[in-house]
Ligand binder design. Structure first.
Ligand code: DP6
Length: 379
């Protein structure tokens, strides 16, 4: 696919505002669940196909970013021998649930390096990142989308303080742009209830660079949609998403897959407006299975589903045939199953989940979530 990227200049323009000595901002950013999946990227975190997701509500990351002006000004880095030291990289410390987490440093360092030319003020500060997730770290739910989105929003709050002129539109687009550079799906964790990331002819304003809110009128059937997440396997994934994306290079079915995703998004755009739940179910389940089919057919191949993932899928299909209820499943890059269903069927579906599906969850664990409206600043 030949794509032309829209011109967007997200570089921070220095104003003559004096840099504040210190401060802190806190943002709560939600997780999201893709209906049409992003799997395959090029250049720096650009998607091979457009994707769309429901923004979630109960699953989120809360991040406080504390920033303190560097004690040693850049000029003082000129050593006694007259060497000019290169401007130092930002220093940061990261805490999860109050505990220092050096194992996250590499990912955050890569992120900060990628965004440093767009938010040049960042290198004037030492940063302390204090973060916590509403879902257990060991749940197998990826925190990179909500985590990177929350951090990107905190950084944008610093930019807004330095340049109060920036518009809300610029603020959120750039937040999504920065979040994307941390993790692709994070670009969809800023707004809600539905976010599109990736250029698509039928979706005005859509871009590979950042996620946008899906702005067409959404049918009543898809409002307050529920997502119950069945925690099938809480272990570390054997293959990271990043490796999985990479395996889409030279994948024998890649090109067809990207075209299919594009067409599925076209179909979903119609469905979200006309309320055709049966068609919604077909598209969403096919997307989930195709994502995993790409993994099964990668070189090297791998399987992230577990036997219980398949048991749950089969039970859902049986239940649907028996009751005609409108629940469906989707999967992320892991074994957990997301069960999506409309608000007005929540009683019957919840009963089914409790009676028939919890036995397939690790320690009977599951999370009840629903569609949410996007990130919020709390401080
Ligand atoms: C299967 O956003 O986690 O959840 O850009 O390498 O951080 P990176 O990948 P990531 O990939 C998510 C893939 C997915 C599908 C989706 O959310 O669209």
């Amino acid at each position: 696919m030949n794509k032309t990227l829209p011109e967007k200049d997200f570089t921070f323009k220095r104003t003559n505002i004096v840099i504040p000595e210190k401060g802190s901002f806190t943002w709560k950013a939600p997780s999201n669940i893709a209906l049409v999946k992003y799997w395959g990227k090029y250049d720096v975190q650009l998607p091979k196909n457009a994707s769309i997701s429901f923004t979630l509500d109960a699953c989120y990351t809360l991040t406080t970013l504390e920033f303190r002006k560097r004690q040693i000004p850049t000029e003082a880095l000129i050593s006694s021998k007259g060497f000019i030291a290169t401007k130092r990289e930002s220093t940061f410390e990261i805490f999860l649930d109050g505990e220092r987490k050096p194992e996250f440093s590499e990912k955050i360092a890569t992120f900060i390096t990628r965004i440093s030319n767009l938010v040049s003020f960042i290198s004037d500060y030492d940063l302390i990142i204090k973060t916590r997730n509403s879902f257990p770290h060991s749940s197998g739910i990826a925190s990179s989308a909500s985590g990177m989105a929350a951090l990107a929003l905190c950084i944008m709050s610093i930019e807004k303080k330095l340049n109060p002129e920036i518009t809300d539109e610029y603020f959120y687009e750039k937040a999504s742009f920065l979040a994307r550079l941390g993790s692709g799906s994070a670009s969809r964790s800023i707004k809600g209830p539905l976010v599109v990331w990736g250029q698509h002819k039928e979706i005005e304003g859509s871009s590979d660079l950042f996620g946008i809110e899906f702005s067409s009128t959404i049918h009543e059937n898809f409002k307050n949609y529920h997502d119950t997440i069945l925690l099938v396997d809480k272990g570390e994934k054997q293959i990271s998403s990043t490796i999985g994306h990479d395996l889409m290079h030279n994948h024998p079915f890649a090109q067809k897959r990207f075209e299919q995703a594009y067409q599925n998004l076209s179909k979903l755009v119609t469905v979200l407006q006309n309320g055709d739940i049966k068609e919604f179910i077909t598209i969403v389940e096919s997307e989930a299975l195709t994502l995993h089919a790409m993994m099964l057919t990668s070189n090297p191949y791998f399987i992230l589903m577990k036997p219980n993932t398949l048991s749950i899928i089969n039970r859902i299909w049986e239940f649907r045939t028996r009751t005609n209820a409108n629940l469906c499943f989707t999967l992320d890059a892991g074994a957990n199953v997301h069960i999506l269903y409309p608000e007005k069927e929540k009683e019957i579906v919840n009963q089914f989940i409790v009676n028939e599906l919890l036995e397939f969850c690790q320690n009977n664990h599951y999370i009840c979530d629903r569609v949410g409206l996007g990130a919020k600043q709390t401080h």
